[in-house]
Design a protein around this ligand. Structure first.
Ligand code: UDP
Length: 326
């Protein structure tokens, strides 16, 4: 049976990957330091190691105890605003430790990786929708660290024959029956709106209303986490024959912050208390994907393309939380 190492498998997106892989009969090993991941999110049918992806000794132990075919790296810090304030932390975690992971793979002759990158590598795009060839000029350390790591992967591919697939996620959201979006120190729009609806915070602040967009608020491309993972599972099938791949993953539809708030109001059938706030540092006005390449080459088709479907799944998990796995 093919074995996969899912780094960051106790987190939100990695957790959905583990869930889907185990459901289809794969054998899964998780490496997660539980800094942002949750112990109770570790799938009971996966082997679990707690530690950093930069821990060389631990990597050697995992690779000697398991015959790993492909590494899927979901682990990383994800807050744009924090990355502007604490850049070292982002370069160290998302770039430095990523290099340690690759070195560990090469030492142990593991030659396939699927890496979770981000739309933030594009910075302020010149054109939307954004395709894979668009200029990569990140405007915050989060996007920069991810972009630098993409480059590192490509150099490893040239030097050692590493096969890779890079996925650039746009705004991952939504829930499955087993996993929902939950971050300590929540910074993401949809979970924060839910907190405001439930009275757990006084309101949601809209970060900037003077952007060059129709309603003045930032536009993003929201993509269901289950659809994101489906693209990974399709990519695994072609990695053997096609060794260098990169894809943008989004729905190709942009929604403004105000539109997302309106969609939550509709789904939850409750008003959202809103205040107008200042712009957040490092936020581009518009990020919308062209996912044509993933559709064409992987045969990928999002099952939940509408914002209301995505928010409904997330809201359902909010009012009826998935059972703990452990
Ligand atoms: N946003 C907002 N208020 C919040 C959190 C986020 O207006 O409390 C906006 C943010 O400026 C961005 C969009 O919502 O335009 C999505 O932000 P999020 O942090 O969810 O994802 P990102 O686009 O940074 O990956």
């Amino acid at each position: 049976m093919t074995k996969y190492l899912v780094v960051g498998g106790a987190g939100y997106i990695g957790g959905v990957c583990v869930e889907k892989m185990i459901d289809r009969g794969d054998e899964v090993v998780i490496l997660d330091n539980l800094v942002t991941g949750h112990k109770e999110n570790v799938h009971p049918k996966a082997s679990f190691y707690q530690g950093d992806k930069g821990d060389s000794l631990l990597l050697d132990k995992i690779f000697s105890e398991h015959q790993i075919d492909t590494v899927l790296d979901f682990a990383g810090l994800i807050q744009v605003g924090e990355s502007v304030k604490e850049p070292g932390k982002y370069f160290q975690n998302n770039l430095g430790q990523g290099i340690d992971l690759l070195e560990g793979m090469m030492r142990n002759n593991v030659k396939k990786i699927i890496f979770s990158s981000t739309a933030a590598v594009f910075g302020n795009p010149k054109e939307v929708p954004i395709n894979e060839d668009a200029d990569k000029e990140p405007i915050n350390p989060y996007g920069e660290a991810k972009y630098f790591f993409e480059r590192v992967i490509k150099r490893f591919s040239e030097a050692y024959g590493l096969k890779y697939t890079i996925f650039r996620y746009f705004n991952a959201c939504g829930a499955t029956t087993q996993s929902k979006e939950q971050h300590s120190n929540e910074s993401h729009l949809i979970p924060l709106i839910f907190q405001a609806v439930k009275g757990e915070r006084p309101n949601i602040a809209i970060f900037g209303t003077d952007y060059d967009t129709p309603d003045g608020t930032c536009i993003r491309d929201y993509i269901h986490v289950s659809d994101l993972i489906d693209a990974h599972l399709l990519a695994i099938n072609i990695m053997e024959s096609s060794s260098e791949n990169e894809y943008n993953l989004g729905n190709g539809n942009g929604y403004s912050v105000k539109e997302v708030i309106a969609a939550v109001e509709k789904v939850a059938e409750k008003p959202v208390p809103v205040v107008m706030g200042e712009r957040r540092e490092g936020d581009p006005a518009r990020l919308v994907a062209s996912s044509d390449k993933a559709k064409k080459e992987l045969g990928w088709k999002p099952k939940y393309p509408e914002i209301e479907q995505i928010i409904s799944s997330a809201w359902e998990a909010e009012i009826n939380p998935p059972a703990l796995k452990n």
